[in-house]
Design a protein around this ligand. Structure first.
Ligand code: GAL
Length: 356
């Protein structure tokens, strides 16, 4: 009898110790985090909207590379522009068990549900490149988006100070598109007020699609008898659509066209004089910054930030990287950075006409 009693005491004590060991992982009453300690690896979920633009393919590769370097386990999902799919994919990641979520949302509002789900399970969340409109975020990692909008509009003003402008914004579901639009319009305002610049057409290009931009610019050119001096396109994809429309009217090289992303095809167009500028956003610091921060958040360590960005009502600690204007005069900056090679960029330029 005494023996049984002794065993009961030992068993109770062991159960209590086991419960204590599990406690730190059982945030929010759920258990998916338990495996982190079992394998010793931090498990990161990366929920992406799309791989359509070249830059996102690079983001994916670099996030994979950094996670592997640091011995983290990474699961990547891609929603292909579908809001329900993105929320469902995040649910699946959470069910499978992740210690931290990085999300590049398709829709700033809809993705707030994913952030809420993660937080309910005690999983910290980083909004990546695009802000999710949620005050539950732990961190926002991006480039200085407002500055990009200012750079695009300022470049256009410097190179086409007077005349009719077409504004091609990005996808209205993407917070970046809204920030760019606001920054572009604020930068153009004094010139508009002076009567130097007139915006003759302005529209969001659904899903940042080149075809949408093509239609917007084609219609505006027809309506204004080709009297246009600049197309402020928010990224290189939409710049491509705009350039196709300008080609149709023999306006190539006569109209300033802005962009963003330093996509190879855009840099080739810049080299050929078809596109005027792009904004280069080095992806490596962004991707590595996000993975490094994710691991810290998963381990409940603090992350050094550079800024604060307001989401809904709350300021979210943010890590914002510097963008850079690229035009024909400094294509070498992108080359020296190893982002694209000179051979790739000058592919369509005869060897004797390439810069030395
Ligand atoms: C933006 C992003 C850009 C561009 C665009 C289309 O949010 O900042 O770099 O890729 O989406 O995906």
């Amino acid at each position: 009898m005494r023996k049984i009693f002794l065993w009961m005491i030992i068993l109770t004590a062991l159960t209590a110790v086991a419960a204590c060991l599990n406690t730190p992982n059982q945030q929010g009453g759920n258990t998916p985090n338990a495996a982190k300690n079992a394998g010793g690896k931090v498990r990161i979920g990366f929920s992406m909207d799309t791989l359509k633009e070249e830059r996102w393919q690079r983001d994916k590769q670099l996030i994979e590379k950094r996670a592997a370097e640091l011995g983290a386990e990474l699961s990547v999902t891609v929603a292909d522009g579908n809001d329900d799919r993105q929320n469902k994919q995040v649910e699946d990641l959470l069910t499978k068990g992740i210690d931290v979520l990085i999300i590049a949302p398709h829709n700033a509002q809809v993705a707030a549900a994913s952030v809420a789900s993660a937080k309910k399970q005690g999983v910290p969340v980083i909004s990546y490149d695009r802000l999710v409109k949620s005050d539950d975020l732990d961190l926002y990692v991006s480039h200085q988006v407002t500055k990009i909008g200012e750079m695009q509009a300022k470049y256009a003003l410097d190179h086409a100070p007077k005349g009719n402008y077409i504004m091609v914004y990005g996808s209205s579901t993407d917070n970046n598109a809204l920030l760019l639009k606001d920054a572009q319009l604020a930068t153009l305002k004094p010139a508009i007020d002076r009567g130097d610049v007139k915006i003759v057409a302005e529209q969001f290009a659904a899903e940042w699609k080149a075809e949408e931009a093509l239609k917007i610019v084609e219609n505006a050119l027809t309506q204004h008898r080709n009297e246009v001096v600049a197309v402020v396109a928010s990224n290189d994809g939409t710049a491509g659509g705009a350039i196709q429309a300008l080609k149709g009217q023999n306006l190539i090289g006569k109209v300033v066209v802005t962009g963003q992303d330093a996509e190879l095809i855009a840099l080739q167009r810049i080299a050929q004089g078809e596109q005027t500028m792009t904004v280069y956003k080095p992806i490596q610091p962004l991707a590595y910054g996000a993975v490094d921060a994710a691991i810290k958040l998963a381990k409940k360590e603090s992350v050094a930030t550079t800024d604060k960005i307001k989401s809904v009502n709350k300021e979210i600690p943010s890590l914002l990287f510097e963008p850079k204007v690229i035009d024909k005069s400094n294509l070498s900056d992108v080359i020296n950075d190893g982002y694209h090679t000179a051979d790739e960029i000058y592919k369509n330029i005869p060897a004797n006409q390439r810069p030395k």
